[in-house]
Design a binder for this molecule. Sequence first.
Ligand code: F6R
Length: 369
Amino acid sequence: EKGGHASFMHKEIAEQPRAVADTLLGRIGADGELILDELRIPAAELREVDKVVVVACGTAFHAGLIAKYAIEHWTRVPCEVELASEFRYRDPILDARTLVVTVSQSGETMDTLMALRHAREQGSRVLAICNTNGSTIPRESDAVLYTHAGPEVAVASTKAFLTQLVACYLVALYLGQVRGTKWGDEVLGVVRDLADIAGAVERVLADMEPVRELARSLAGAGTVLFLGRHVGYPVALEGALKLKELAYMHAEGFAAGELKHGPIALVEDGLPVVVVVPSPRGRSVLHDKIVSNIQEIRARGARTIVIAEEGDETVVPYADHVVWVPVTPTLLQPLVATVPLQVFACELAVARGNEVDQPRNLAKSVTVE
Ligand code: F6R
């Protein structure tokens, strides 16, 4: 069943290029238009939407955080992202013009289900991004966009996360398309890069031995910090979550701009800090700010592990280890930058003797509130 892999987790990490390609299949037309007829919500209604609210838990919530950047950038519709477990208890402001998007691998997560029921009671339309055909969440939603990751057996989510990101990008681009916002050459370029992204994920996977070696060398570490900005911030949160659940290590993700507001006090000699660096093209201001963050923490003794875009030599002087990822449009970088963090957590878990497919205390699908 594991097809020669040491665990389902290894197998599912390796399956990501295929999972991503399957989720894109048939959804991008030859001239770059998005084909999401399955959405069933009429275009006229999507044009009326004045707010998008994404609700999800855990890793799926991290996909939602990234969706916010894409939705707001490509559609100019305000987007909020909320943990499903918090959502309905604060009496959120919802109406018929709010599009609620749930993200769930299993389609059975109770918190997400209760959030969607609450949203529908308030008259909002609910779109489910889900990996499990016929599960409860899509059955109760107005529309569904299935991810095609295939069955995910390992408790920690990997390939489902990448396909959730793809689905979020597709929804954001589709909304932009039907609303006629930002539909210029920039977006068409992004669509083309998204259509080819499986190859980029494949290239990341082809060169993971140095990451595994690094992970083994850190098996005795107590804490690992993760920093990112913009879409790299949710990637940092996801890297930290993977490490907690698989390696049972203390890990935290921070927005790099918050360092000086507190977390930098944690930095001491030898502390491993993983930094996700945005492309030096695009939002170059953020790139330069994060490179100075790396300098600051290194000066305080941190062992810096830097995820950077191929060709970005500016990080080299301050990095103890560099993991190169292919050049992508800024918003799509999470699709390549998350992969080394999954491999890192998986290898650390193995080095610490943990059962990677079945981490202690966790269940694959959380059907209680
Ligand atoms: C983390 C993980 C969990 C799930 C969360 C939501 O690796 O697997 O955080 O992402 O429980 O589950 P779904 O997507 O099934 O709603």
